[in-house]
Design a protein around this ligand. Structure first.
Ligand code: C2E
Ligand code: CA
Ligand code: CA
Length: 734
């Protein structure tokens, strides 16, 4: 402080260039910083203003004098009082340092802003007041501009009803505009970090996604961010929020700040949902029949167009069954339109009840209905025709029951059905309907209550199936079926049993292969009575063999179809047959295929277990051609695996077949199951199987299927001439 008191006159006396340089620097500093210096010495009343001080006051340094009056005259009249008071308080010594902001009025009328800083030093009676006066006009203006902008920004935000938020990631601070309270559903309780609380109220089902997407956006490179989510207000109300933001990144790309808006879009979302709902309703109205609630003609046209045009996996084509009620007009005329409408509704209900899953029932209009049946891709045309015909017959059957009108009146009505098939291709939906319509008129012409196919070729196929089915029914009644038995041998050539194979000799068709008629019997359900006959016949033979020494040890394997195993009474049926025929259950082996078993594995296992507990054995037929999944194989109570003949055929030449056959043998060995190979036709195949440890086989090599009588004589004369050796292969040896 001493230099202040000693400074008077010193600078002018010393003339060193170094000091001049320092003075020059100080002057520059004041000018650039817009800071003036001043001093007041009391009690002498000596005053000093630096040049910059004069300039800040708007005065010419050469024409003005440094006095308190000069200073006060420059102060804005409204601020003079507070400047004076400030000086007085400083002079009284409290406090020792004061800072005050006030305005200055330049002679040209311009108003400036300045900050005066004052310090006091005392030395006995001497008092030195000194300080700075800084022109802060520019900073003030910038601040005022900023404030104005901020106000505008907030005002705009308020007007937009968007809440604005600003998250300073680097400084871990956040700010939200006041109207965020509206979204919160109450006053935002944590004003120091509203965003942290914000996240807390995001709907629990959306929170993970919001956090994940936000994090991803921050870690990414984009500068925009937009997200929609649900938000739970504090009263529990759920609103939809749309949030848009800009991400501010530093030079390295790191996100340092995020500024965005939040908008309540609940109403918009609701309006959207209502619009969609309405559209759906309109669509439903457009594609459905109002009387029956069924799909309508427009729906059918759409479905057909789609089916014809788009190759969809698993959907390839299908059939249209167009049915027209016979004599519907009579009902309308006699009982009135209300009764007619009632009947149409009942017909719709019945059709729905009778068609298969995946089929669509459509009301074309009037008394015309369509059933759309879609066919799997792998189905060939004959199968497709047959499937459509079976459905058509099912529908005809459904109309044999009366429709109950007005709760008491039994009304019988029949349909005439026209059927046509379609495939992907250039055919139009209109044409397909026309074909079905033509076929329907043929059905009418043929006497009604019947079905007709559009295409004569389809008609022929369908007719052939109808005839075959009719002949099969007849075959049961006329005893045209016969069971043949193909002997089965051990590898040493010992006869151990036979597989029962169905034979049908028809008076005009000749011998019909089971490959031709079993599939149709399965589709039409005829396999049930046929299967019953097979089981009964085989068991009767077992009983008879028990009295013939050469045959007493032989087992019979019987093929059982899916439909049989699936039927509720299957187990009881087998047990009843055993009882009635007196056959030894331990001599009966049931052959099932993989597809039959996996269809409903729990049911299969349960049924097999019951029969197995009575001694009945199970063989897995055609093994290797189906799923061959180890997991289910282990669960099934099987006794034997049967290597399918397709692997045996080229076992010597095709390494793949040989590998599969060997694998099945090893598998059987490991699972403790017997293994038998079918379709063994030559010595080479037998030797291969024998060499690799296959313990049993059947096939034309040793014998084709034989009639029961011939098998009996075969058993009596057979002494096991084949298969001298039976090796256990390395691969399956323990
Ligand atoms: P599958 O059970 O695989 O029967 C084996 C078929 O191979 C039989 O044909 C049999 O005659 C034939 N076969 C026997 N040895 C040889 C041979 O060395 N080489 C060749 N290439 N084939 C041989 P089949 O009798 O025509 O029976 C065909 C299919 O019909 C059977 O296949 C079975 O799935 C079914 N089937 C036969 N009888 C019945 C039955 O009573 N009920 C059921 N549900 N299906 C049966
Ligand atoms: Ca078989
Ligand atoms: Ca087989």
């Amino acid at each position: 402080m001493a230099q202040h008191f000693a400074r008077q006159g010193q600078l002018s006396n010393e003339n060193s260039s170094e000091q001049a340089y320092i003075v020059q620097q100080l002057v520059t500093l004041q000018r650039l910083g817009r800071i003036g210096l001043w001093e007041v010495h009391l009690p002498e009343h000596i005053y000093f203003f630096s040049e910059e001080m004069y300039r800040i006051l708007g005065l010419d340094p050469h024409k003005s004098h440094a006095t308190p009056e000069t200073y006060l005259a420059a102060v804005h009249p409204d601020d003079r009082q507070k400047v004076k008071a400030n000086m007085t308080s400083v002079l009284q010594g409290h406090p020792l340092f004061v800072e005050l902001e006030h305005r200055i009025v330049w002679p040209n009328g311009e108003i400036r802003h300045a900050t005066v800083r004052t310090e006091v030093a005392r030395n006995g009676k001497e008092i030195l007041l000194y300080g700075t006066l800084q022109d802060v006009t520019e900073a003030k203006r910038a601040e005022a501009d900023l404030r104005k902008n901020e106000e505008r920004f907030k005002f705009a935000a308020q007007a937009l009803s968007d809440a604005i938020w600003d998250w300073n990631i680097r400084e871990k601070r956040s700010w939200c505009s006041d109207n965020i309270d509206i979204l919160f559903g109450s006053a935002c309780p944590f004003s120091d970090d509203p965003l942290a609380l914000w996240v807390e109220q995001v709907h629990p089902e959306d929170k993970e996604r919001v956090l994940h997407e936000t994090r991803a956006a921050l870690n990414g490179t984009a500068n925009d961010f937009c997200i929609e989510y649900r938000f739970l207000q504090q009263d529990g109300r759920c609103i939809d929020i749309l949030s848009r933001a800009v991400i501010i990144r530093d030079d390295t790309g790191e996100a340092v700040r995020m500024i965005g808006t939040l908008i309540d879009v609940t109403e918009r979302k609701q309006a959207e949902a209502t619009r969609k709902d309405n559209e759906q309703k309109i669509r439903h109205l457009a594609f459905h029949d109002s009387l029956t609630g069924l799909a309508n003609r427009a729906h059918l046209a759409e479905r057909l167009r789609h089916a014809l045009a788009v190759p969809e996996p698993g959907r390839h084509g299908g059939a249209i069954l167009l049915l027209d009620l016979d004599d519907f007009k009579a009902l309308n005329d006699t009982f009135g339109h209300a009764a007619g409408d009632q009947l149409l509704k009942l017909v719709a209900e019945r059709l729905i009840a009778f068609v298969e899953k995946g089929d669509t029932v459509i009301r074309l209009g009037g008394d015309e209905f369509v059933v759309l049946q879609e066919h799997p891709a792998e189905e060939d045309r004959i199968e497709a025709v047959n499937r459509a015909r079976i459905l058509g017959e099912k529908i005809l059957g459904a109309f044999r029951l009366p429709f109950i009108l007005d709760e008491h009146h039994n009304y019988f009505v029949t349909p005439s059905i026209g059927i046509t098939l379609f495939e992907q291709g250039p055919e139009t939906a209109e044409n397909i309907l026309k074909q079905a319509d033509l076929a329907m008129y043929q059905a009418k012409a043929a006497g009604r209550n019947t079905l007709r196919f559009f295409d004569p070729e389809m008609e022929a196929v369908a007719a052939a199936r109808v005839a075959l089915e009719r002949d099969m029914r007849e075959a049961l009644l006329e005893n045209q079926f016969e069971l043949y038995y193909q002997p089965q041998f051990t590898c040493e050539g010992r006869l151990i049993g036979a597989e029962a194979l169905l034979r049908w000799s028809h008076p005009t068709r000749g011998v019909v292969s089971p490959v031709k008629f079993i599939p149709l019997a399965e589709k039409t359900g005829l396999i049930m009575p046929i299967g019953l006959w097979v089981l009964t016949t085989a068991c009767s033979l077992l009983k008879r063999w028990s009295t013939i020494p050469e045959c007493a040890g032989l087992a019979i394997a019987v093929n059982v179809s899916a439909l049989q195993l699936r039927s509720a009474g299957f187990v009881e049926q087998v047990l009843t047959i055993m009882e009635q025929t007196g056959a030894d259950p331990r001599k009966l082996k049931i052959e099932l295929t993989e597809s039959v078993l996996v269809d409903n594995i729990e049911d299969s296992i349960a049924k097999m277990m019951v029969l197995k507990s009575r001694g009945v054995g199970f063989s897995l037929d055609d093994f290797g051609t189906g799923y061959s999944s180890l997991s289910y194989l282990k669960r099934l109570p099987l006794d034997q695996l049967k290597i399918d003949q397709s692997f045996v055929r080229d076992i010597e030449t095709d390494p793949n077949d040989a590998t599969i056959a060997r694998a099945i043998i090893a598998l059987g060995h490991n699972l403790g199951l017997a293994v038998i190979a079918e379709g063994v036709e030559n010595e080479g195949q037998r030797k291969f199987l024998d060499h690799h440890g296959c313990p049993a086989h059947q096939g034309y090599l040793l014998s084709p299927p034989l009639s029961a009588d011939r098998l009996e004589s075969f058993a009596k004369t057979w002494h096991g001439q084949a298969g001298a050796s039976c090796h256990t292969p390395d691969s399956v040896r323990d």
